[in-house]
Ligand binder design. Sequence first.
Ligand code: OOB
Length: 553
Amino acid sequence: MSAALPLKGEAPLPGCPSWPEAFAARYRQAGYWRGETFGQMLRERALRHGERTALVAGKERWSYRELDARAERLAAGFWALGIRPRERVVVQLPNVAAFYEVCFALFRLGALPVFALPAHRSAEIGYFCEFTEAAAYIIPDKHAGFDYRTLAGQMLGKVPTLRKVIVAGDPGPFLSLRELYEASPVAPPEPQPSDVAFFQLSGGSTGAPKLIPRTHDDYIYSVRASAEICQLDESSVYLCALPAAHNFPMSSPGSLGTLYAGGTVVLAPHPSPEEAFPLIERERVTITALVPPLAMVWLEAAKAKRHDLSSLRVLQVGGARLSTEVARRVKPTLGCTLQQVYGMAEGLVNYTRLDDSEELIVTTQGRPISRDDEIRVVDEDGHEVAPGEVGQLLTRGPYTIRGYYNAEAHNARVFTDDGFYCTGDLVRVTPEGYLVVEGRAKDQINRGGEKVAAEEVENHLLAHPTVQDAAVVALPDAFLGERTCAFVISRGAPPAANVLTAFLRERGLAAYKIPDRVEFVPAFPQTAVGKVSKKALREALVSSTRNTASPSL
Ligand code: OOB
């Protein structure tokens, strides 16, 4: 595909709000957006780093040249299948090498991956396929005891736009990824740097997850700047232990930042110390990223000193609030620097810097990547609070989206008229300009970094015939930070709690969204204006659970 023609002068993808031209011009002029696409980036890295190892996954070890060649062949294969630029492709792969060849092939073609997580089931996947009118769905055969081909069969039966299911592994009745290698080379038109490259998923707080359109320009900027902040270079070895498709391990700086810098990405099939520690020792991993509960598990396991973890220079922790006590244990236990990462798939990412004082590192969630990340901290009326006071964080900048995909009404609520994204996070800014996350104004549960939108679970509960009303709230938890509790008003005699949780599973809801606890109540406490008071429900939970051991994971 060497003589590819760029798609010149195409209008932006319909339904994807973009930056006003004055901002785009400023971001280009400042050198943030450099007019590069992910397809070009890999091609250029293959020329520069040819035989260096790009990826290590199980028995696979791919050089930059090999990853590039595979992406090129696969792009031709997707083209031969009839997949065209801008068509959406739901990608649901675990931490396998195929994830990257698939991503880069789609990037090169300008087809748009929708990054589902391996934990998603028919409720989520069906929604992504229908909402994006996906043309294809790419899956593993089996992973963690689940056969994705069964799910794909259901999707084909229900989503009219879905034409192809492609399997990385034993294809069963579908197409194998390997077969796509046999297509003859073609030169489809290549996307523009300002085009949307893919969709990330929002943690969300409403009924349905929102889709986040990220462009080559904006995402490559965040990846490049993140790699610089984390001092990645050709000698860096990044262990991808969290799900590869999540924004944190993908871009902060994650696997894409590592590939940008010419380093090596090592994939862990599971983030447990049993899987990860031997990989750190064998591959001399220098940096990795975890959510707080996993960091706690690693710190405990590292005490046994069964593996040589001395190559590790940076442990990033983010996705949910890390307690200061746990933060303080990282350096003494693992002998490496902790880096707190507070980010969001919508854009803004904050990092503590590697040379910050230990006090800043353990007590704050860092500062933004860019001088042009604009930050506002506002009260409930939208007025800026006094410096150091807690308020909701609003942000705008060179890699923060201006709106979700096809979500006009929702966008009007969560983006200000002048384009700031309302994060729903309650923060304060320290005198050094660092952010501390103090809480949340959005109706979401952060279950150890996995985000659960209360309304989404409530809607599924309401579909059960015995449920008259439902309110899902966060239950504080020493290990996960939060778990979910569903308060339910039943019609007549309440069913057993596990009848409701089984019902949610049957509806195809991802396991991490299934309430950890169900409480039946005769009525909900109300706010002064007659809305359900989730605050009162949370307080009732805290007082009733004090002195009770939390259920195990
Ligand atoms: C990351 O991205 P998302 O989109 O899954 O979740 C974003 C939300 C934030 O709005 C905030 O509520 C929470 O997750 N969060 C944190 C946090 N990092 C994220 N809350 C407290 N402390 C932190 N360090 O989670 C994400 C994306 C890129 C990099 C890192 C995390």
